[in-house]
Design a protein. Structure first.
Length: 395
């Protein structure tokens, strides 16, 4: 899987090539894990499954999931403490969930504790709220309140204070972590790709066909900022037959379609919906530029995939994408207020649409960037160095 399950699995799997690893996870992951390890055994890779009584009841609704997550960690702590007495662990590392405002009780074990990647400190700039629906504004308010409440939790503060190292996904999250007592914070993207995925994406050579196709791949949610992408597309000075493709589904689709009609671009816009992985990669291969105007992503996996496929990325200078994308691999547009951000995205769209050589150059730089810094193999090597620094007291 991608997203957070992918973070947990891939980090643990790659670390098992360098260390003896015990993973504490929920029991409902057991069938998938055991099926994979039966096909591809990994030495020194051990799993301990634990859960709360009545797990199906705890997971009813989003709030039930969060409460389950909090309480599950108490169970995980006692399992980890028992394991430590049996085998003598050297390091404990809480990998996921990536939520800075929720504690990890593993920090209370008498061994060095590494926390992260953790995110969630990002927020959509207030100037952008004016374009959100009532539902979107309500979501942002609840999200902010939940994080603020989490920051007052004494266990969250103790988790930050007891961490040898905290690996924050963004600068915003790093600031929040420092405010609750973390003293050694590193900013590291949560996202990564396997070497197999990188090799597959490298085969998506830059298309030299016309028309130029700009693509966005995201859940259609208010904070993904696709309404900004549509307005920029309508405003940009693009070749006449340039197309904008949107892959994904979500509650904002109807509003985006209405906006496209209002802007007069509906005939150059294609909503492809949610597609299987192979079809998604085929659409990416047929496109030229990725636009990802998200307002508060901790990660931004699609940016890595696009760069690995040799596509320049246009994103806002916010959150996870701003950590991943460089001036050599795309454009990071300042996000002070909507009109300015839309103008910046439109300018980048026009420049890339008219300059095929620049697209190729940025695409090649992106492929090199992902290969060097964002493979799970490379991330495991860096983490091994962090572990050694923890044990030597240098972290």
């Amino acid at each position: 899987m991608g997203s957070e399950p992918g973070v947990g699995w891939n980090i643990a799997k790659e670390l098992a090539k360098h260390h003896k690893i015990w993973v504490l996870t929920r029991s409902d992951n057991r069938p998938m894990i055991e099926a994979e390890l039966e096909k591809n055994p990994i030495a020194g890779f051990n799993f301990i499954y634990c859960d709360l009584p009545g797990v199906s009841w705890w997971k009813r609704g989003l709030q039930g999931v969060h409460l389950h997550y909090y309480l599950w960690q108490i169970s995980a702590y006692f399992n980890a403490r028992r394991l430590h007495h049996q085998v003598g662990l050297d390091i404990v590392h809480h990998v996921t969930y990536v939520r800075y405002s929720s504690p990890s009780f593993l920090a209370f074990l008498p061994i060095p504790f590494v926390w992260g990647p953790v995110g969630g400190g990002e927020a959509a700039p207030k100037a952008f709220w004016e374009d959100f629906s009532f539902r979107g504004k309500f979501y942002e308010i609840l999200r902010k309140l939940a994080h603020q409440l989490g920051e007052f939790d004494p266990f969250t503060r103790l988790t930050a204070q007891r961490s040898f190292v905290v690996r924050a996904t963004t600068e915003d999250t790093a600031k929040r972590l420092c405010s609750i007592g973390a003293t050694n914070v590193q900013i590291i993207s949560e996202s990564g790709l396997s070497q197999h995925e990188i090799d597959c994406l490298l085969q998506c050579s830059q298309s030299d066909t016309t028309p130029v196709r700009i693509i966005s791949m995201a859940r259609l949610l208010h904070w993904k900022g696709l309404h900004l992408g549509l307005q920029a597309f309508a405003q940009a000075e693009l070749p006449e037959n340039t197309e904008y493709w949107i892959l994904g589904e979500g509650p904002e689709r109807e509003r985006l379609q209405i906006l496209a009609e209002k802007l007069g671009i509906i005939d150059r816009l294609k909503f492809w919906g949610r597609l299987p992985r192979n079809e998604t990669l085929e659409k990416l291969r047929q496109s030229h530029v990725l636009v990802h105007p998200s307002l508060h992503d901790s990660g931004g996996w699609v940016c890595l995939e696009a760069m690995a496929a040799g596509r320049p990325v246009i994103c806002l200078d916010l959150g996870g994408p701003a950590i991943q994308v460089t001036e050599k691999t795309g454009f990071k547009v300042s996000a002070q207020e909507p009109k300015q951000a839309i103008a910046g995205i439109a300018e980048a769209m026009a420049l890339l649409a008219h300059d095929s050589a620049l697209r190729v150059q940025m695409g090649q730089e992106g492929q090199h960037h992902v290969k060097e810094s964002y493979s799970w193999e490379a991330k495991a090597i860096l983490l091994s160095q962090v572990y050694q620094e923890c044990l030597s007291g240098k972290a």
